[in-house]
Design a protein around this ligand. Structure first.
Ligand code: FPP
Length: 224
C-alpha cells in the first residue's frame, strides 16, 4: 500500500492523512477482488519489520491506526464473507494490535469468499529466520530429519503454511522493488508496477493489473 506518505505531502497534509485515505482504498481493493471472483487470496503489506525505523510518532500512529482499522472493518469484512488472517512477527508489535488481529481471525475463520492476509510487522527475511528457528528446534527435538526438508515442508514453517504462492505481485507508487515482501512465496510471481500513489488507486487499477497479469506467459522455469 505504498505512497500514502507522499500523497499526503503532495497535498500539504500530514503523512498520517495519507494512511487514513489508504484505509478506504484497501477496502475498495477487497471489493474489487471480490467482484473479480477468482481472487481467493489478497495480501496487504501494512507494516514491515523495517517500518520501525520511521519517526516515533508515525510508528505510534501506524500501530494505533492498525488497531482501529481492524476494529472498524472486521465486521464489514465478516459481512462480506472475507476471512482475515495475520502474517507477521509477534515481538515488538503492540499487544493491542495482536489482540485485534486475533479477534478478527477468530470472527472470520469460517469465511470462504476470500482470505485477506494482513501483513503487520512482516518481513520476508524475518519470516525465513523465524521459520529457520522453528525448524532447528523441531530438529533438535527429533521431530524432523534433514532429509525430510523440502520445499513443501519448508512452507509448513512459514507464518501461513496454507498461503499459496503469489501469482500477481502488485506495487503502486512508482517504486519497482519488492521491499522484503513475501520473498519465499513470490519466487515465480508476476510483477506489476503502477505509478499511482496508493491513495489514488482505484478498482479500475486493480482490474488493469489483472488484465496485465492475464497476458503474461508463465513458464515456471520450464518451456511452453
Ligand atoms: C505505506 O505508505 C503504507 C503504510 C506504511 C501503512 C498503510 C496501512 C494501512 C492503509 C492500513 C493498515 C491496516 C491494518 C489493518 C493493519 P508509505 O508511508 O510508505 O508512503 P511513502 O512511500 O509515500 O512514504
Amino acid at each position: 500500500m505504498d505512497g500514502n506518505g507522499r500523497w499526503a505531502e503532495n497535498q500539504g497534509l500530514k503523512r498520517t492523512e495519507g494512511h487514513k485515505k489508504g484505509e478506504a482504498v484497501l477496502m475498495d481493493c477487497v471489493d474489487a477482488c471480490l467482484a473479480l471472483g477468482e481472487v481467493k487470496w489478497l495480501s496487504a503489506y501494512a507494516f514491515s519489520t523495517e517500518n520501525w525505523r520511521r519517526a516515533a510518532d508515525e510508528v505510534r500512529f501506524l500501530m494505533g491506526f492498525s488497531r482501529d482499522v481492524l476494529r472498524r472493518q472486521r465486521d464489514v469484512l465478516h459481512e462480506k464473507n472475507v476471512r482475515i488472517v495475520w502474517a507477521g512477527r509477534r515481538p515488538r508489535l503492540w499487544r493491542s494490535v495482536i489482540r485485534e488481529l486475533e479477534i478478527a481471525e477468530e470472527l472470520t475463520k469460517d469465511n470462504t469468499a476470500m482470505t485477506l492476509v494482513m501483513c503487520v510487522n512482516y518481513g520476508g527475511r524475518a519470516e525465513l529466520v523465524d521459520a529457520g528457528r522453528k525448524l532447528i528446534k523441531d530438529a533438535q527435538e527429533g521431530k524432523i530429519r534433514p532429509e525430510q526438508l523440502n520445499e513443501q515442508t519448508m512452507s509448513d514453517y512459514l507464518y501461513r503454511p496454507d498461503m499459496p504462492d503469489v501469482d500477481l505481485f502488485l506495487r503502486p507508487s512508482g517504486e519497482q522493488r519488492t521491499s522484503n515482501f513475501l520473498l519465499w512465496q513470490s519466487a515465480y510471481a508476476e510483477m506489476v508496477y503502477q505509478d499511482k500513489l496508493f491513495p489514488d488507486f482505484t478498482p479500475q487499477d486493480m482490474y488493469d493489473a489483472v488484465l496485465d497479469y492475464a497476458k503474461r506467459d508463465r513458464r515456471f522455469g520450464g518451456t511452453k
